[in-house]
Design a protein around this ligand. Structure first.
Ligand code: TPP
Length: 559
């Protein structure tokens, strides 16, 4: 017999979810049982709902979609934070919350885990603001329609959705699921609009002589990385990437022209972007952070914007044009124009060839980065949390196949710990390396416990500069000081009798080398390496970036 719970389980399995992230509570226990009965779904427990939602967000980065199951209010309110992240970062995460028994509202009962009023609607209303579809299943017979509607919406928009299931409905019968194409069928561009958008854009580009492509983070959600490469090769021009799109275009590609991040750019990317007479912005997102406090946003007049489902160029705009199809169409029409590539070769600075030290000296940020860079391979996924870790990771040279994950839109410090758990569960074949500041780590540290429990060999480089350095650069005060921890001991405390987590503290280059060797050998649990560096040892780009972001934050109100 199909029940509401088993219907949902079948649909989650059909969209490729193999692990769902949960924190149990009495409003969702029967639902969790139903999900467990689906043979291809495995439950991953998290230590709290904030981490649970962030772990699901990380799983969606690995597998394209994720599910997170929590209890009413006390669980869902915390999980909303990861759902905000999924929205901002364009990741389809399905938040499923248990909720009160359907009889309770009509009976005017007061219930636990609520506001202590007769309103049981507030959570649904809140979810509507941070998802693209939020439903509450009030009758079992509505479940198939509502579940299909929300899942389809999540997959099509690459945004989170919310499904609320009352505690007494999960085991109630409903119609069995129909063919999965109803939720899986992708959207296609309007053929006439696509044709015109492609022609207009190709004509526009043919009139320009200095074309640069700027790659943004939405290329991933549009599944357009392959089409982007074809388009770039057809044009033969310089290709710069935004910081949150680093690794979405191979860095060993002859057309790669660095990370464009205003004054924090790498490899001279800003010089070629500034020289161009047109910038084709593919899946880009311009915010105060990504434009360095609005100092580096390409002007509209020289911009062609190819977004996930629309195209804009000076004097024209097209909707219902999907990025992958648009780029594929363009690659067949554009003429080769390598002008920016030729100029970039002239403008780009010689790359410094730095090697990690072989002696034993006091650890610095630069040396830490060199040693981490040495262990990055094509099978590595690097997570960089908010803070100087962003700037460290952005400057690293990544081999083809390496992935970098940053959460620059939502920017929740501590995101990297649960997100790397979720990612590693989704991609057990990849080597996950996480760069996280001490302040960020303290937000979500207990999720290392699940890495230990599941024996996942994530390597965490904890950059201990004793405080919130990025905040110091934006606006300093005593609130940027934090309590130091014995991080190595903290991580090993999760082992109890059966764990294999290891913790190290590196204060010298030699200690870091030794810790990295130990991490390579530890295949049955996480390894945390605390990199103890000076409080003022931070990237110069972070200081300048902080200055401009602070200036943007501090603009006086308009009269
Ligand atoms: N709370 C959350 C959940 N997210 C945030 N981004 C902030 C507060 C504001 N914030 C941004 S960065 C930061 C804070 C508090 C400090 C990060 O410190 P750390 O992880 O030590 O990195 P560092 O700046 O030292 O490199």
């Amino acid at each position: 017999m199909t029940t509401v719970g088993s219907y949902l389980a079948t649909r989650l399995a059909q969209i490729g979810i193999e692990r769902h992230f949960v924190v149990p509570g009495d409003y969702n226990l029967i639902l969790l049982d139903k999900l467990q009965q689906e043979p291809s779904l495995n439950e991953i427990n998290c230590t709290n709902e904030l981490n649970c939602s962030m772990a699901a967000e990380g799983y969606a980065r690995a597998k394209g979609v994720a599910a997170c199951v929590v209890t009413y209010s006390v669980g869902a309110f915390s999980a909303f934070n990861g759902i905000g992240s999924a929205y901002g970062e364009n990741l389809p995460v399905i938040l499923i919350s248990g909720s009160p028994n359907t009889n309770d509202s009509g009976d005017f009962n007061l219930l636990h885990h609520t506001l202590g009023t007769h309103d049981f609607e507030y959570q649904l209303q809140m979810a509507k603001k941070i998802t693209v579809a939020a439903v509450s299943i009030r009758r079992a017979l509505d479940a198939p329609k509502l579940i299909d509607f929300t899942i389809r919406k999540a997959l099509r928009t690459k945004k989170p959705v919310y499904i609320e299931i009352p505690t007494n409905l999960s085991n109630q019968p409903c119609a069995p699921p129909g063919p999965p194409s109803v939720i899986l069928e992708p959207l296609h561009s309007d053929p006439a609009v696509l044709k015109e958008a492609v022609h207009k854009t190709a004509t526009f580009l043919s009139q320009k002589s200095k074309i640069t492509i700027l790659v943004g983070p939405k290329v991933r959600s549009a599944k357009a990385e392959g089409a982007l490469r074809d388009f770039a090769e057809a044009l033969g021009c310089a290709v710069a990437v935004m910081p949150s799109a680093k690794s979405f275009f191979p860095e060993n590609h002859p057309q790669f022209a660095g990370v464009y991040w205003g004054l924090a750019s790498t490899l001279g990317a800003e010089s070629i972007v500034d020289w161009s007479d047109v910038i084709v912005c593919v899946g880009t997102v311009f915010t105060d952070y990504s434009t360095v406090g609005w100092t580096s946003e390409p002007t509209d007049s020289i911009r062609v914007t190819a977004d996930v489902d629309q195209v804009q160029l000076p004097g024209a705009e097209y909707s219902r044009v999907y990025l992958k199809e648009f780029l594929s169409g363009l690659s067949h029409l554009v003429k080769k124009d390598p002008a920016t590539m030729l100029e970039y070769k002239r403008l780009s600075p010689a790359e410094p060839s730095l090697t990690a030290s072989h002696t034993n000296e006091k650890l610095t940020r630069k040396e830490m980065c060199l040693q981490i860079q040495n262990i990055v391979t094509s099978k590595t996924t690097l997570f960089a949390d908010t803070g100087d870790a962003w700037f460290d990771a952005i400057k690293m040279r990544l081999p083809e196949g390496t992935r970098l994950e940053v959460e620059m839109q939502w920017g929740h410090i501590g995101w990297s710990i649960p997100a790397s758990l979720g990612y590693a569960v989704g991609h057990p074949d990849r080597q996950v390396i996480t760069l996280v500041g001490d302040g960020s780590f303290q937000m979500t540290a207990q999720e290392v416990s699940q890495l230990t429990r599941l024996r996942i060999p994530v390597t965490i480089f904890l950059i201990n500069n004793i405080g919130y350095t990025i905040e110091v650069e934006i606006h300093d005060g005593i609130y940027n000081n934090i309590k130091n921890w014995d991080y190595a001991a903290f991580v090993e405390s999760f082992n109890a009798k059966d764990g294999h987590g290891r913790g190290f503290r590196a204060t010298t280059t030699g200690e870091l080398r030794a810790a990295i060797e130990a991490a390579k050998k530890n295949r049955h649990g996480p390894t945390l390496i605390e990199c103890a560096i000076d409080r003022d040892d931070c990237s110069k780009e972070l200081i300048s970036w902080g200055h401009f972001v602070a200036a943007a934050n501090g603009r006086a109100p308009k009269a």
